[in-house]
Ligand binder design. Structure first.
Ligand code: FMN
Length: 195
């Protein structure tokens, strides 16, 4: 593998969303396992390997989005509540192929600071995001109040010190999906101080 190939993979990764997916089309479970296998090769301080994943597909995926609606209702103040969101959750359940809840399992001995465990999980997620291209899988990492709620933590059977870090929402690209140019906000030179 040369640097051009590595750069091409990294630079061609992009977030794509449900409107770009074939509603209801299924990614083979074996391909999801290939993503997860690569996820397991991320670095972690003291080798705590804090990434945990919960995979939802089929009926479990639909139930997941029902649960999202329930939690949304529970945590949203009445004046901000928007009933159309519940329908949007349901529609996502019909469109996505798999949803993977991204979880951080805190080292029981707390040998490293909590944020280092989160960094390691983010590295693991990037392994997944980069692997998706080769398997013709599209999707994105979504976060938000529901993901971070105590209700979601309970639903995912996480302990108090653990954390749900969001959801990988995955699907099959629509036939003939045109190349969507990836936007880069600013060049790296503007983000580096070299002394
Ligand atoms: C930690 C994290 C959280 C994100 N949360 C959301 C989200 O809640 N909703 C969303 O639409 N995209 C979310 N994204 C995806 C970003 O919007 C996306 O990465 C960004 O627009 C850059 O586009 P690209 O991934 O194609 O480079 C998240 C990305 C990261 C890394």
């Amino acid at each position: 593998m040369n640097i051009e190939e590595v750069s091409q993979l990294i630079k061609s990764r992009q977030s794509l969303y449900p409107p770009q997916m074939q509603a209801g089309a299924k990614i083979p479970d074996e391909d999801i396992w290939k993503l997860l296998e690569n996820a397991n090769y991320a670095p972690s301080h003291k080798r705590t390997e804090p990434w945990r994943y919960v995979v939802f597909s089929g009926d479990a995926l639909k139930e997941f989005f029902d649960k999202m609606g329930e939690i949304y209702k529970e945590i949203t103040p009445q004046e901000e509540f928007d009933a159309s969101k519940i329908d949007k959750f349901r529609a996502k359940g019909e469109t996505l192929s798999h949803l993977i809840a991204i979880c951080m399992k805190r080292d029981p001995q707390k040998r490293v600071p909590r944020q280092e465990e989160e960094y390691a999980v983010a590295c693991s997620v990037q392994n997944i995001l980069l692997s998706m291209k080769a398997l013709n899988i599209i999707g994105y990492w979504g976060t938000g109040k529901i993901a971070f709620s105590k209700q979601m933590k309970a639903y995912l059977n996480l302990a108090e010190e653990d954390q749900c870090m969001g959801f990988l929402q995955l699907g099959v690209p629509k036939e003939g999906l045109p190349d969507i140019p990836k936007k880069q906000m600013s060049g790296i030179e503007t983000k580096v101080e070299w002394k």
